[in-house]
Design a protein around this ligand. Structure first.
Ligand code: GAL
Length: 692
């Protein structure tokens, strides 16, 4: 497994104690200096102790080529530091100034049709441009040299959300870099031909120079899937290489100061391979924006858990989230009362030791003026700012009670997530475009939560095999190494849940032959010859299948054609005979070595899974003893090393008040109250934190 950089965390300012970091992106350059003193006053009032500065300040720091103006930045950093507010300083390279792109239009990225991304927003640079790299590194050097001894700068915030707007660049620079990347990965052009299956459709290449990015091929055509998968890997790596260049220079000039860059881990956010990036930061930081509607809490908990998995249970930074509405969706829903505090505590419960927002003060101009902030347009006299102050108090109390030093306690169940499986299943020439990897882990996380089990969401390259039970949810790619781990895990007594669309391909996206799921057929004890996708884009097609347990499958089912002697069929499909699915096994459990492997051969969704789980868990010998109503709250536990101090976070998952057992002293309650009889009552959007 990949080697991680040693964990390093921003240290408190001199004379201060370690606290939970609290603050946000701060853009003083958008405001006249008179506002700065008011900012500091309000930050102090809210308990803010860290801000990220300079993220989009390149044009102000280097107003003309080679001319640097640090005066304003020095003044604000000094004011902050003297007020006891630490600075997470940006490399400031995220958005190049106008003078640069005017002088060097060759740094602008190109889309797949060759259109050039023009300045006018941000991140309009190409990751593989040697010219852009030179300018960005010059800025990094200037920043590092100027701030190397600044006592108030506690961390580097390298660039910002790499790949948010420039994930794919199809320029000539990218073409050259892609060729080099292929050389490095495959060694010979024959190996590339093999990986991409170029015997198909006359795509054979004689030389690395014949490798081109997956540019426009005509609407309705299908790009070579192996190439497209490698293009996504390459694009993540190209940005990572850029980050590493910035990081290494900053580190060389300011050794000892921890570095990070903010990821965008969320259930459907799969631009970069963040598990791979996680090996390259001193501490993981994540930007998370809530999903409006019924999945809000669960999706957030899921994403925070995955972030904790990427951080390998080291503390991590919530670098950005919103106090309320964002401004970049077609409809920007507000947060309900209580959600500002609750949402922050969800991330905290899942191992974050820092809670930060985009942004400190809501802009009055520019593209993000309608994005909420810690200080909203309405100013200090506002519910949002009062909530921000309340949260600051909660974080202070939690630190006083000893929360720092505890980590997210390990769950019994791991739900495995894999960036590359997502990338492969995004291809459009698949059995159905209704099925992609990422939705299934979220459905399992939610269905398990409905049983009172808060699972750990973990990357495929982490130690999932150390859990009592493991879910492989539509884990489309199983390479040889993962196959071996799956086999060993079950053979040694592990309890494995495998779903449809798992293990269809290897890492080259070549199908494992002989019946699906090719590489672990014997482990799961089923053999699938065909798929039965479902939909209603034509009249009279199969659009659902009912199971014998009363649940209903949509979108996808496997046609399981045989079941091993060691396997037991728990559920089958009931359907009109003409569909050919009547009696076909839907859910099975196999004995393999000392362990068991369940197979769920269709998409049941969160509800269908939740209904099927009690029987399935029982058949797998997993005792969760979920009392009625166990799914009403999400229980998340942080514990210290020895396990003798624990903090249990209880979040209401329903839209009504719930009263639930809570063992310990309630130290923080938001829309919740301890009843003095070993129970707490939690209102919708409420949370109680209990210490034992
Ligand atoms: C992030 C970005 C921030 C801000 C925020 C708004 O993607 O890093 O600068 O734009 O979104 O939600």
């Amino acid at each position: 497994m990949a080697q991680h950089r040693p964990f390093r965390w921003p240290q408190p300012l001199e004379g201060q104690e370690a606290r939970i970091w609290y603050g946000g992106d701060y853009n003083p350059d958008q405001w006249p200096e008179e506002v700065w003193d008011d900012d500091i006053r309000l930050m102090t009032k809210a308990g803010v102790n860290l801000v990220s500065v300079g993220i989009f300040s390149w044009a102000k720091i280097e107003p003309r080529e080679g001319v640097f103006d640090f005066d304003w930045l020095d003044r604000i950093i000094d004011k902050l530091g003297k007020a006891g507010i630490a600075v997470d300083l940006a490399s400031a390279t995220a958005s190049p100034p106008m003078w640069l792109t005017q002088a060097h239009p060759e740094v602008l990225w190109q889309d797949y049709r060759g259109d050039v991304c023009q300045p006018g927003a941000r991140q309009h640079w190409r990751p593989t441009s040697p010219v852009f790299r030179e300018y960005a590194l010059k800025l990094c050097r200037a920043m590092a040299e100027h701030y190397k001894d600044n006592p108030y700068v506690v961390a580097w915030h390298v660039s910002n959300e790499y790949g948010c707007h420039n994930r794919f660049d199809y320029s000539e620079d990218a073409e050259r870099a892609f060729q080099d990347w292929c050389k490095e990965r495959y060694g010979t052009i024959d190996a590339v031909n093999d990986a991409w299956g170029t015997a198909f459709w006359a795509q054979h290449m004689n030389d690395f120079s014949e490798i081109v990015p997956p540019r426009f091929i005509g609407d309705g055509n299908f790009m070579n899937p192996g190439k497209l998968l490698d293009w996504k890997r390459f694009s993540s790596d190209a940005l990572k290489a850029f980050y590493i260049a910035e990081r290494d220079l900053l580190e060389e000039l300011t050794p000892g100061r921890p570095l990070t860059t903010n990821f965008m881990v969320s259930a459907g956010g799969t631009g970069m391979n963040y598990d791979d990036w996680g090996t390259e930061v001193d501490f993981v930081s994540n930007d998370h924006y809530f999903t409006p509607g019924e999945a809000h809490l669960d999706e957030m908990a899921y994403s925070a858990s995955l972030t904790d998995g990427i951080a390998r249970k080291n503390p991590w930074f919530l670098m950005e989230n919103s106090t309320g509405a964002v401004n970049w969706r077609p409809i920007n829903y507000r947060k309900e009362p209580g959600q500002l505090v609750r949402d922050a505590l969800v991330h905290l419960s899942m191992g974050a030791d820092a809670i930060c927002y985009f942004q400190w003060r809501q802009s009055k101009a520019g593209a993000e003026k309608f994005h909420t902030a810690m200080v909203p347009h309405a100013g200090e006299d506002s519910q949002d700012f009062r909530d921000v102050c309340e949260l600051g108090g909660d974080l202070q109390r939690l630190a006083d009670e000893g929360l720092l030093g505890t980590k997210l306690a390990k769950s019994r169940v791991a739900v495995v997530f894999d960036y590359e499986s997502e990338w492969a299943t995004e291809h459009t020439a698949t059995p159905t475009q209704q099925v992609r990897h990422w939705t299934e882990p979220l459905a399992w996380f939610r269905a398990l939560a409905d049983q009172g089990v808060t699972a750990d969401v973990v990357p495929v390259r982490s130690d999932w095999d150390s859990y009592e039970a493991v879910v492989l949810p539509s884990l489309y790619i199983l390479d040889e190494e993962t196959t071996r781990r799956v086999r060993d895990y079950v053979a040694k007594g592990g309890k494995l849940f495998v779903t449809y669309y798992t293990g269809l391909s290897d890492e080259k996206d070549h199908i494992w032959l002989g019946g699906y799921p090719g590489s672990i057929r014997d482990v799961v004890g089923v053999r699938i010859e065909e798929f039965a996708p479902m939909g209603n884009d034509f009249e009279g097609t199969l659009d659902h299948l009912e199971l014998t347990n009363g649940t209903v499958a949509h979108d996808f089912a496997d046609v399981i054609t045989s079941v091993a002697d060691s396997a037991r069929v728990l559920e089958t499909y009931k359907s009109d005979p003409w569909v050919g699915m009547n009696g076909v096994p839907a859910i099975t459990v196999n004995e393999y070595g000392d362990g068991k492997a369940a197979y769920v051969g269709c998409r049941l969704g969160r509800d269908g899974l939740a209904k099927s789980l009690p029987e399935l868990l029982d058949a797998m010998g997993i005792d969760v003893a979920a009392p009625a109503g166990a799914g009403d709250v999400l229980r998340v536990e942080r514990a210290n090393e020895t396990g003798d101090v624990t903090f249990e976070f209880l979040f209401n998952r329903t839209h009504r008040a719930v009263t639930v057992p809570a063992d310990g002293e309630t130290i923080v309650a938001s829309l919740a109250q301890a009843n003095g009889d070993g129970t707490v009552t939690i209102d919708p959007n409420g949370v109680a934190i209990v210490k034992r």
